[in-house]
Design a protein around this ligand. Structure first.
Ligand SMILES: Cc1cc2nc3c(=O)[nH]c(=O)nc-3n(C[C@H](O)[C@H](O)[C@H](O)COP(=O)(O)O)c2cc1C
Length: 119
């Protein structure tokens, strides 16, 4: 399993690296990724609960190896908080592992690491 993250301002990258530190998995930037093995996607939420275009384009090619999704967002977006994860999970039939506020905290990273270990 790999961790593949999309990011605009760095929060999702920071969270992916927290999970990488706990699991020993490699965290790879989506723009550089060409997955050959199953991966956990970490992305962020844009617009009003939307999936970033970069993530959308990536999934058009690489969705078959995705095993789950984590989304970053911001609490103050209310019902759209981290909604990109729900959208992706629904569209591709993978588990929505967690939504995190900004770059998440240690407890978030531990929960995602547990999920990874259980795969
Ligand atoms: C224009 C704009 C729209 C956003 N829309 C949402 C949203 O609908 N829901 C949400 O939870 N967060 C939203 N956010 C917050 C980002 O998802 C959040 O800051 C995230 O951590 C950014 O990840 P990144 O630093 O990896 O790019 C928005 C941020 C911006 C700048």
């Amino acid at each position: 399993m790999q961790l593949i993250y999309d990011t605009l301002t760095g929060n999702t990258r920071r969270f992916a690296h927290k999970v990488a530190d706990l699991t020993g998995l490699e965290a790879v930037a989506l723009k550089e990724a060409s997955p050959q093995e199953p991966y956990l996607l970490l992305t962020y939420t844009f617009g009003s609960g939307a999936v970033p275009d970069t993530t959308r384009a990536f999934l058009q090619v690489h969705a078959p190896l995705m095993r789950g999704v984590v989304s970053s967002g911001s609490f103050h977006w209310g019902e759209n908080f981290g909604r990109a994860g729900e959208v992706i999970a629904g569209a591709y039939g993978v588990p929505f592992v967690m939504r995190v506020n900004k770059s998440g905290n240690l407890s978030d990273a531990r929960a995602v690491a547990e999920w990874v270990r259980a795969q």
